[in-house]
Design a protein around this ligand. Structure first.
Ligand code: PLP
Length: 377
């Protein structure tokens, strides 16, 4: 049996609904800033538990425009986790501010809130935690930290559609949340897309203006904005995906549950269960000191795996020569060396999940893997 990491080809009823949605937009003659976008923004705001949603061209733009709309830029520092997809950092840099990396917790790879507190200084303007792999960050502690120092809290929820803390969507704890609709995300478009959700009406209005050349009225430009609008086709597609989201989320959670049950007694580090949180299970990430050997054994068994992410942002060429490049982030570095993502997408059938779990157990036995040292959380 061959198990690819991902196969996003829509099938059955979903495929028909997506085709009909695209055809509806094609026939409408309206391709930007139209009724599909308006409807999607209302539907997604409700989903995220926020008053406003402004949909933009990508998750990176959602982060960047949210920071810009808040007035964060040159001279400001923004705390970011050392382990994340680099877009979290790039958004801060693009806004003109300085990303200040903070190490992550050893098991969850989420921003270490005590370490973040130690990095707050006179220039700190905001914190951007990441709900990495769909596991909610420690939002209550982050909210308290932000309130204590008067910092703005922007949640990078690009991987967290459907994740909750104490039954509330992750976005509920931050001042704003940035989402990605990259095709492989839990809520994925058929191309790029992103959104900001917030209860702050003035912030939403400014993002709406920034995404449209700084304009609220045609050919009147109040500031130097950009072109970053979710188009009508993607909005219509996302409305279909959102209407089917509950089933897709349940499928991911069941896949994760099956993996965890099958691998519980083995030597690999498994995603931690954190009380009060319901992850979105965007990725199912295991840990082993012999990660590369494990990955090649799985490849031989027909199981495709990926690494999210093999090089932490502070080790990327993009940040060479900056202060961040010399940051001491041992947990982020260890994570990059040990993590391996098992397939968890919509294509995973029960036999495929069981095949992967068996292949992992067999490889662990064959490689005589030693148990991963437990972390602190
Ligand atoms: C944590 C995180 N932040 C930001 C992004 C950026 O989103 P996009 O690819 O839509 O620009 C992604 C996904 O790619 C992500 O995983």
């Amino acid at each position: 049996m061959r198990v690819p990491f991902l196969d996003l080809t829509p099938r059955g009823e979903e495929r028909d609904e997506l085709s009909a949605a695209v055809a509806r937009v094609v026939a409408s003659g309206r391709y930007l800033l139209g009724p599909e976008l308006d409807a999607f923004e209302h539907e997604f705001a409700r989903f995220a538990g926020a008053r406003h949603c402004v949909a933009v061209g990508s998750g990176l733009d959602a982060l960047r425009l949210a920071l810009q709309a808040r007035g964060i830029g040159r001279g400001d520092e923004v705390i970011v986790p050392g382990q994340t997809f680099i877009a979290t950092w790039l958004a801060v840099s693009a806004a003109g501010a300085v990303p200040v990396p903070v190490d992550v917790e050893p098991d969850s790879h989420l921003l270490d809130v005590d370490a973040a507190a130690a990095h707050v200084g006179p220039r700190t303007a905001a914190i951007v935690p990441v709900d990495l792999y769909g596991q909610p960050a420690d939002h209550r502690a982050l909210r308290a930290l932000a309130d204590r120092h008067g910092l703005w809290l922007l949640d990078d929820a690009a991987q967290a559609h459907g994740a909750t803390v104490d039954g509330r969507p992750v976005a509920a704890f931050a001042d704003a949340a940035a989402w990605s609709f990259y095709p492989g995300k839990n809520l994925g478009a058929l191309g790029d897309g992103g959104a900001v959700t917030t209860d702050d009406e003035a912030l939403a209005r400014r993002i709406r203006r920034l995404r449209n050349y700084g304009s609220e009225q045609k050919y009147v430009h109040l500031e130097a904005g950009v072109n970053s609008r979710l188009d009508e086709i993607q909005a219509a597609v996302l409305r279909v995906k959102l209407s089917r989201f509950g089933v897709a989320l349940a499928h991911r959670r069941e896949t994760a549950r099956r993996y965890s049950a099958a691998l519980a007694d083995g030597p690999l580090g498994l995603p931690p269960e954190i009380a009060g949180t319901e992850p979105s299970r965007h990725l199912y990430v295991v840990r082993s000191a012999a990660r590369d050997e494990l990955q090649s054994q799985l490849a031989q068994a027909g199981v495709e795996t990926l690494i999210h992410y093999p090089i932490p942002p502070h080790r990327q060429e993009a940040y060479a020569g900056t202060l961040a490049a010399s940051a001491h982030l041992p947990n982020a570095e260890r994570a990059a060396a040990e993590i391996l993502s098992l397939p968890i997408g919509p294509h995973m059938t029960t036999p495929a999940v069981d095949h992967v779990a068996r292949a992992v157990s067999r490889a662990a036995e064959c490689l005589q893997l030693r148990p991963v040292a437990a972390g602190t959380r």
